[in-house]
Write a protein that binds this ligand. Structure first.
Ligand code: PSV
Ligand code: MN
Length: 426
């Protein structure tokens, strides 16, 4: 859909203005000390995975308003991520959710991934819904269930997920447990934790040694009294009990209002246990809005911790897997994903502009105002020319959303797949 020539044609009318803006930024006296080509390179290297379940229109339990042209097969989902990747060159992988994305034609999928320049990111298990023909129900939990037979079924499902992932060279299993309780007294809190630990350890044992298990936490929903893994402390305790390749996954929407997420990020980096990130935006709870749309300063502060820990030799150099995990209820999902990636890259770019040496000095001297001003200087810089330059240098579109619209992508998808095609997922 987007050949190099097509992208060059779409970029041409925007190029002169872009170059002016980039030069203006490069000439700013404050940024003369900054290695801007180095910043652009870091932005080009940064990749954020796209989940297969975010490519269709999201909904709530009250309703869903489909947009048309949604991908209904794994092949179509890969091709949608290929469109994003062609435009921004920052979304080079796709995460699968089993059983929604069970791979069938392995050589065909491998070929398609290669053509689109994509790889498989993580494989996500699903023990939060019952599937047709499944012997045991997850109504009262899965890995934490009181009944061993239910736990074994859930363990086996996770092991099967690893098997599917191996066929497509994935190396990460993400476990999010909906297990918990809705009423006080319903569940024995300590025993539920211990059963979960035992189940996760069994999955971990069955995983190849070069795989990582990401353990996600969430304070509420679908259970509203207690979740078995409600917070990063519980995730961390489980990971430490299981093994070094078990890592905590931070989903931005999985925190109670006003939680200091950047501090959680700092702690997990320090302990060498931050393995993954799910990006989204949140106003009240896990409401899955566009990343950076509500609290851009918080997103910047999170990236500030990531950048700060990456340059600190004393911090374990664990790889962090980044993914978007949002629900697109009223926007075209592909446009929303392009916006999300752009907001993520902007927050990262701003964090890269922080004058870290001076900030450290100000912190050591307890110069509160100076320290805060250093962060504000970086946060308030308009970094859009840097992000656009990263897109351009990596062969993408200077303005991915404008290019997407100019090319009439959604209209084409509706023509190909129909107005009522439905994507699997939530
Ligand atoms: C749960 O809210 C979650 O964040 C987990 O990552 C799931 O795998 C994903 O959403 C999709 O259900
Ligand atoms: Mn998530």
């Amino acid at each position: 859909m987007f050949s190099d020539q097509r992208l060059a044609d779409l970029n041409q009318p925007l190029l002169a203005e872009h170059q002016l803006q980039f030069q203006h930024l490069a000439d700013s006296p404050r940024l003369r000390q900054v290695d801007l080509p180095g910043v652009v390179q870091k932005l080009m290297d940064f990749q954020v995975a796209i989940p297969s379940w975010a490519l269709g229109t999201g909904g709530t339990r009250f309703g869903r308003f489909a947009l048309g042209g949604e991908p209904s097969t794994l092949e179509q989902k890969i091709s949608d991520v290929g469109i994003l990747q062609a435009l921004n060159r920052s979304s080079n992988s796709i995460s699968l959710h089993i059983p929604w994305d069970i791979p069938q034609d392995i050589p065909g999928l491998q070929q398609l991934l290669k053509e689109q320049g994509l790889v498989i990111d993580s494989v996500n298990s699903n023990t939060f819904q019952d599937q047709k023909d499944q012997p045991h129900s997850y109504k009262f939990g899965s890995l934490s269930h009181t009944d061993k037979a239910v736990r074994e079924q859930a363990i086996q499902h996770n092991i099967d997920c690893v098997g599917y992932g191996r066929q497509l060279d994935a190396k990460t299993l993400t476990v999010w447990l909906a297990d918990g309780s809705n009423f006080p007294g319903q569940q024995h809190l300590r025993r539920a934790f211990l059963r979960t630990q035992e189940s996760l350890a069994a999955i971990y044992e069955a995983m190849p040694s070069d795989w990582t298990m990401l353990v996600e936490y969430k304070p509420y929903e679908p259970n509203f009294y207690s979740m078995v893994i409600p917070d990063w402390g519980t995730s961390l305790a489980l990971c430490q009990a299981i093994g070094q390749n078990a890592q905590v996954l931070v989903d931005l929407g999985h925190h109670l209002p006003n939680t200091n997420i950047e501090q959680i990020v700092a702690r997990l980096r320090q302990f060498g246990r931050l393995g993954g990130f799910h990006f989204n935006g949140s106003m009240y709870g896990d409401d899955d809005l566009t990343t950076g749309s509500i609290k851009p300063f918080q997103l910047f502060l999170i990236f500030n911790e990531l950048v700060d820990s990456a340059v600190d030799q004393s911090v374990p150099a664990e790889a962090v897997a980044y993914m978007i995990d949002a629900s697109h209820n009223v926007k075209d999902p592909l446009e929303d994903l392009l916006q999300s990636v752009e907001n993520i890259l902007s927050a990262y770019a701003k964090a890269l502009l922080v004058d870290r040496e001076t900030l450290n000095e100000a912190q050591e001297a307890n110069d509160v105002v100076r320290a805060e001003e250093i962060l504000r200087d970086a946060f308030l810089t308009d970094v859009r020319p840097l992000v656009a330059e990263a897109y351009r240098q990596s062969g993408g579109a200077l303005n991915p959303i404008a290019a997407y619209r100019a090319a009439g992508v959604r209209e084409q998808l509706i023509r190909q797949r129909g107005k009522h095609s439905v994507s699997t997922g939530l």
